[in-house]
Design a protein around this ligand. Sequence first.
Ligand SMILES: [Zn+2]
Length: 135
Amino acid sequence: MADDTKNRTRAEENDEIRRLLKAELDGIAARLQRGGEARGTGVDGGNFLDVAQGLERQEQENLISSRLMGQARRLQVALERVNDGDYGVCSECGATIPHRRRLAVPDATTCVACQDRLEHSGAGVRSATNRETDG
Ligand SMILES: [Zn+2]
């Protein structure tokens, strides 16, 4: 009984991860919404510099929101993996992803070694930008 905190069940761990992922997703949704609201203003009227600055800001916001959307998609995938019971297992080599890494990078679907390998070969980046075509 006293060991409850050490010996947590998988369900409890999944609950924690699910909360973590949902909190991240909520944060991203809120940021995207704020960005969308800010975008409608500031570009019309004014002098050329104002317009140019407004456009520049828009471009930056687009960049940020596309990055946020990519992250949201990864979080969604991680959430699905939690529900499927696949979460915490490396999608490349099948090894268990350490709990610490899962807390630090909740949307990680690979272990550190595989992540490293993918980043160096560039395959992970390419397949990650391979939008909506899988399925
Ligand atoms: Zn791996």
